[in-house]
Ligand binder design. Structure first.
Ligand code: ADP
Ligand code: MG
Length: 264
């Protein structure tokens, strides 16, 4: 039988930061993992373990210099992203990846209306006319739970709450039907009640679009709720990889055991 190729395959990724004076921070130090079609992979680990730099490496948005991918390969549906030009990578980010970060205020532009911000990539990457793109923006906002979407398109980021802004980010991330959704701590900055709404929305979106998701979180409750498989990072390396069930029932690495013990 033909084996399906994974949506994302990361092999021996090494991303280092040059700190000067011959000092190097090995932020990601030989990491390999894959994500299958429709699968949600959680990337967990303590602060500073290399989760964000792993995701930024995949998107090729690492702050360089001083950061630099020094080895490895990253393939999205079989295409090695490290071989692409910046122009080609802009296209991949716009058409094949959706990205959600921890603090949506910094990802949304304060001077543009919500409608214009959702419409812009649709015009650029989907070649929609402005009117059509704004109509699609309203549809997307309804999809992520804004009944008053017709009004929201005319509002600015500062007029929305943190949870609302994160829902706008999810609408933007899903606007290109991405093969891969990368969410870096998408609920961390939000109130507990809002966190649940955002998780429910991500579960909905996954059902509707069948997207593969790389979900970065330090919250094992979130992992239990939405992930299929888990990779645990520690000091820039992967120390454990397991199905969610196995991770919770028989954790192997001492760090994972500690993490489970500290769960509320
Ligand atoms: P996490 O998301 O797991 O909290 P990061 O991926 O952001 O961790 O960072 C991993 C490590 O990479 C940090 O511990 C730090 O050593 C290094 N690092 C990240 N960003 C920079 C930077 N801009 N300059 C230098 N080192 C950095
Ligand atoms: Mg991080």
């Amino acid at each position: 039988m033909e084996t399906k190729q994974p949506v994302l395959k990361v092999e021996n990724l090494k991303t280092y930061f040059n700190l000067g004076d011959d000092k190097v921070a090995k932020a990601v130090d030989g990491v390999s993992f894959h994500i299958d079609e429709g699968e949600t992979l959680a990337l967990v680990g303590e602060s500073g373990s290399g989760k964000s730099i792993t995701s930024l490496s995949i998107m090729q948005l690492i702050p360089s210099p001083p950061g630099e991918i020094i080895d490895g390969s990253i393939s999205l549906s079989g295409k090695n992203l490290l071989d692409l030009s910046e122009k080609e990578m802009v296209h991949v980010r716009g058409n094949e990846m959706g990205m959600i970060f921890q603090e949506p205020m910094t990802s949304l532009n304060p001077v543009f209306t919500i409608g214009n911000q959702i419409a812009e990539p649709l015009m650029k990457h989907k070649k929609m006319k402005k009117k059509e793109a704004l109509k699609e923006a309203i549809n997307l906002l309804k999809l992520v739970g804004f009944p008053r979407a017709e009004q929201i398109v005319n509002e600015y980021p500062h007029q929305l709450s943190g949870g609302m802004r994160q829902r706008v980010m999810i609408a933007m991330a899903m606007s290109c039907n991405p093969k891969l959704l990368i969410a870096d701590e998408p609920t961390t900055a939000l109130d507990v009640t809002i966190q649940q709404q955002i998780l429910d929305l991500m579960i909905d979106v996954k059902k509707k679009y069948g997207s593969s998701i790389l979900l970065i979180t330090h919250d094992l409750g979130v992992v239990a709720e939405v992930a299929d498989r888990v990779v645990v990072m520690y000091g820039g390396q992967i120390v454990e990889e397991a199905s969610v069930y196995n991770l919770f029932t028989e954790p192997k690495h001492p760090y994972t055991v500690g993490l489970l013990e500290s769960m509320p």
